[in-house]
Design a protein around this ligand. Structure first.
Ligand code: GBH
Length: 487
């Protein structure tokens, strides 16, 4: 197999062959003896949960079916110019009708678990009040199908598809009424599904739906609010999370676990030396002040309140208690590194902007930094003492090409995954309590403002035929799962 041996390694290999690789490795079990299977070094703990993630509006389609109400993403994607080529989630991957086929895709990967999201306006077409039986029935069918195939369902309650009625009536996340409605919705779903679903995520990525939706206008509902109103919307979003935590505990079966899925900004020290590591931890607390930090600490950090001054959110002590409701686990979505260095400023850290030569995947924002998958869990465990952590999303876009014979050789995605999962292995092997990993995404899907232009799946979707094709990365992931190791 290896042709280019130097003389030195060649001599060693002959020696190893003479006494047998296995006896050699037992003489020096930790030294990486030549020929020793690498599983021995990159093995994950037994029971590690490998899975895939998707979100309702990105995969379901069936936007008008069975009594589903409109969400802000239906409205937004139908406004010309908001999404790449004016594409919408009307049909998406048609998972609403093809969920059985998609469960088989998961099964053929050997996936242990699937993270899906519930579309709020399917269950409450106007966000509150009247429920839609056909809406919740879909998720019951999906959950039953997963369980029948030995796949554990993990359920996200909000992945950005806010009922349009709540936007119209209350200004969406600008109102406490929306927070309350979310609590009621979360409790209702828990009452229906918690006999079969143990893990619920309240929200997916506060900064995406608030900062991009209410500050930058790039996501639904497309607003550009001034700072004070923006901070208040942020506050009502974390309040909604807290109310949902309480409602799920109240209405869910005993033993139901609740957490969230946050793409928190996880500081990667520019160099792994003490001052930079300390700075990265401090940055992680301060830069997540509006979301994960207030949720984990039940308090806004002073730096945030001072910096915002008159624009700081208005809240009561009771709000903070609700927001800080203890969680059973923390889910983190990890894509890109944010480099931090120690600094003499009063903050003690500085964010280091990447040079223009920094490598990225097909999405221009998706800078490659496998070590983010090490530092993310480490920060959550060390800063907030989390005892159960999931990587709720990790994955990447690439410029996939389907060959005439139905293959996609996404070597760049395999490279990305291999390196990121390798760093996750480091976190797990150092004892940080990561229990599972959800690859984003099972299949190509509606990539928000980028429409269908950017593909994140490990299954390729031909949107004309809805046919799914396993990419090279699907084969890679199946190997990872089967060996419970990254190679
Ligand atoms: C996740 O967001 C989402 O949870 C998921 O739905 C999505 O499909 C997946 O990642 C892949 O994007 O276009 O320059 O304004 C990851 C965090 C936040 C990264 C928004 C992209 C937009 C950057 N995302 N951000 S830009």
């Amino acid at each position: 197999m290896q042709k280019n041996f130097s003389r030195r390694t060649f001599g060693k290999t002959v020696g190893a062959a003479a006494i047998g690789a296995s006896s050699l490795s037992s003489l020096a079990p930790n030294l990486g003896a030549q020929g020793t299977p690498r599983e021995n070094y990159y093995q994950f703990p037994n029971g590690f949960l490998w899975g895939c993630a998707t979100a309702a509006y990105q995969v379901e389609g069936a936007a008008q079916e069975d009594g589903r109400g409109p969400s802000i993403w239906d409205t937004f994607s139908h406004i010309p110019g908001k999404v790449y080529n004016n594409q919408t989630g009307d049909v998406a991957d048609d998972q609403y009708h093809r969920y059985k086929e998609d469960v088989q895709l998961l099964k053929s990967l050997g996936a242990k678990t699937y993270r899906f999201s519930v579309s709020w306006p399917r269950v409450f077409p106007t966000g509150a009040g009247q429920t839609n039986e056909k809406g919740i029935a879909y998720y019951e069918r999906l959950v039953d199908e997963l369980l029948a195939n030995g796949i554990e369902p993990f359920c996200t309650l909000f992945h950005w598809d806010l009922p349009q009625a709540l936007q119209d009536k209350f200004g969406g996340w600008e109102s406490r009424e929306t927070s309350k409605a979310f609590g009621d919705y979360a409790g209702y779903v828990a009452s229906k599904l918690s006999d079969r679903v143990q893990h619920f995520f309240t929200m997916n990525e506060f900064s995406s739906f608030i900062d991009l939706g209410y500050r930058d206008g790039r996501f639904a509902p497309g607003l550009k609010l001034p700072p004070a109103r923006l901070n208040q919307a942020r506050h009502y979003a974390v309040l909604a999370h807290g109310l949902a935590v309480q409602a799920i505990r109240d209405k869910g079966k005993t033993g139901t676990k609740v957490g969230l899925a946050e793409n928190f900004l996880s500081g990667v020290p520019v160099i792994e030396s003490e001052p930079h590591v300390k700075a990265a931890a401090q940055a992680t607390r301060v830069l997540n002040a509006q979301y994960l930090t207030v949720i984990m600490e039940g308090k806004y950090v002073n730096e945030y309140i001072q910096q915002e001054g008159a624009n700081a959110p208005k809240f009561t002590p009771e709000d903070l208690k609700i927001i800080g409701s203890p969680l059973d686990f923390v889910g983190i979505n990890i894509y890109t590194p944010v480099y931090i260095r120690a600094d003499d400023s009063s903050m003690g850290f500085a964010v280091v902007k990447n040079p223009s030569s920094y490598p990225h995947m097909a999405s221009p924002w998706l800078d490659i930094g496998p070590e983010a998958l090490y530092w993310g869990p480490r920060h959550v465990a060390q800063i907030w003492n989390a005892k159960e952590i999931y990587i709720t999303e990790n994955g990447c876009s690439s410029a996939d090409v389907l060959t005439p014979d139905g293959h996609v050789y996404d070597t760049d995605r395999v490279m990305y995954l291999r390196n990121y999962i390798g760093k996750l292995h480091r976190a797990v092997s150092e004892g940080f309590p990561v229990r599972g990993y959800f690859l984003w995404s099972l299949m190509d899907n509606f990539e928000w403002a980028d429409g269908y232009n950017l593909r994140f799946g490990i299954y390729y979707v031909d949107y004309q035929t809805q046919k799914r094709y396993p990419k090279l990365s699907a084969q890679f992931y199946r190997e990872v799962i089967e060996r419970n190791a990254v190679l």
